[in-house]
Design a binder for this molecule. Structure first.
Ligand code: AMP
Ligand code: ZN
Length: 117
C-alpha cells in the first residue's frame, strides 16, 4: 500500500533505526541524514518517513508530505549556513537514482556548476 514501509528498502530501514545513519534532523514526518558518499561539504538526504518510490509519486500521493520534505531542505541549508545550494531528486536509473524511496539531496558548501553532469 502507498506509504507503507517496505522490508527491502534501505531508507525504510534507516527510518526504523535498523540501519545506522548520521541523522541531522527529524520531524514527525521526515528524517534528514548525511549521505554516506558525500559529493560536497554539505550533502544531506531528506526523506519522508513514509515510503514512496520517487519525488513525483510522493507529490501526487501525498502533497503535504512532499512540502514537508522541501521545507526541511531549507532547514538544512539554514543550519549549515548555505547561501547557495542545490536540491536534487534523481528520478529513474538513467538519472542516477539508486534508492527507490523518495529523497531530496541537499548539496552545498562549494561552487556548483550548471548544467549538472
Ligand atoms: P540516489 O542515487 O539519488 O538514489 O541517492 C541515493 C544516495 O544514498 C546516494 O548518494 C548514496 O551515497 C546514499 N546512500 C546509500 N546508502 C546510504 C546509507 N546507508 N546512509 C546514507 N546514505 C546512503
Ligand atoms: Zn522505503
Amino acid at each position: 500500500m502507498a506509504g507503507e514501509p517496505q522490508g527491502d528498502c534501505l531508507f525504510c530501514k534507516i527510518v526504523a533505526g535498523h540501519v545506522p545513519a548520521t541523522i541531522v534532523r527529524e520531524t514527525e514526518t521526515t528524517v534528514a541524514f548525511r549521505d554516506i558518499n558525500p559529493q560536497a561539504p554539505t550533502h544531506v538526504l531528506v526523506i519522508p518517513k513514509a515510503h514512496y518510490e520517487d519525488a513525483a509519486t510522493l507529490a501526487t500521493a501525498a502533497p503535504a508530505l512532499a512540502a514537508d520534505v522541501l521545507r526541511e531542505t531549507q532547514a538544512i541549508a539554514d543550519e549549515d549556513k548555505l547561501e547557495s545550494y542545490r536540491i536534487v531528486f534523481n528520478t529513474g536509473t538513467g538519472a542516477g537514482q539508486t534508492v527507490f524511496h523518495a529523497h531530496a539531496h541537499v548539496v552545498g558548501g562549494r561552487g556548483l556548476h550548471w548544467p549538472p553532469g
